[in-house]
Structure formats: structure tokens, C-alpha cells
Write a protein that binds this ligand. Sequence first.
Ligand code: AIR
Length: 184
Amino acid sequence: MSEPKVAIVMGSKSDLSVMQGAAEMLETFQIPFEVTVVSAHRTPLRMVRFAQSAEKRGLKAIIAGAGGAAHLPGMVASLTPLPVIGVPVKSSNSLDGWDSLLSIVQMPNGVPVASVAVNASKNAAILAAQILATSDPELSSRLKRYKDSLSEKVVGQIDELRRAGYEQPDLDKDSTRDFAGTES
Ligand code: AIR
């Protein structure tokens, strides 16, 4: 793979089962990435080195996941101009994910962290892809195809309901589509 464009960092390897969803999604979009463990509390200096070198190393976005007192995304965001997307991880020490979610979302003015839902690492990767796609037309096309595939799945579900005997409202008379972004 070429130089990583996105970093996936997590507070502990125990977060990997959640965070690997982001890795899978970035692979789908053919975005080169790196994956590592950086703990805001156990390795604070590694966190500073990681965040301060991220832009120079050519990264364009950072996905940071942590559980419990999830300070990693916010602290990384305080040390880099790159966009940081936080993934609240519902870890073994977590109060049902709320502690992590609030630690990530409730940032002070001036230091934003974008947050996805608890454990929603795939969405973090999609958002990172969307950020990169603003300056990458090929990636933008891949994203549009992905979004089209989402609405196609729903069309399939509607057909299944119809076949199961549930009459469907006629909402799709004209040729408009939910996501008509794919170039012909
Ligand atoms: N964590 C690690 N350093 C700082 C934090 N907040 C988090 C990890 C993991 C949780 O603590 O992100 O979700 C439990 O980590 P471990 O290593 O004890 O399994």
C-alpha cells in the first residue's frame, strides 16, 4: 500500500474488534491507512508525538477510538490541524458507552472533534472518505456508488415485503432516486 492518508488510532488493542470496522471500510474505498494503539493516559508522550507528526507524515484525517474516559480524540485534535473523527467505544470498563460518547462530544469551543455513534467505526471511515473525496474525484465516484448501493438495498427489502404479501405504496413512479450521484 502507498503512504497512509488516514490514521486509525485506539486507546487499547481491546478496542480493535470495534475499530477494525473502520479499517474494512477504508479498504473498500481503497484508501491507504495505518492502524496503531495510542493511549492518552498510558502513553501520553506517544500521543503527542503521533498528533504533532501526523500532518507532516502526509495524513489527511484521523480516526480515534477509545472507551471509558475517552480523551484520545480530543487531545489529538488539540495537537493537530487535521480533522479528527472520534469513535466512542463501548469497552469493558464503560458505562454503556455514555462515558466515552460524552468525553468525545463535549469538546470546548475552538477544538472540534467529529463524533460518530457508539461503536460506529464504519461511519467514521465513511466520513473520513468523504473529507478526502472533496479533493479526489475518483474517490468521490466510489463514494457515490457506495451511497447508491445503500438505496438499492432498500429497494430489495421493499421487493421482499411485496413478495411476502405486504402491498407497497406507489412512491417510485418517476425516475427520481434517493441518491442520484453516480455519474453515467
Ligand atoms: N483507554 C486506554 N487508555 C485510555 C483510555 N481511555 C481505554 C481504551 C479501552 C479501555 O480504556 O480505549 O476502551 C479499556 O482498555 P484496556 O486496555 O484495559 O482493555
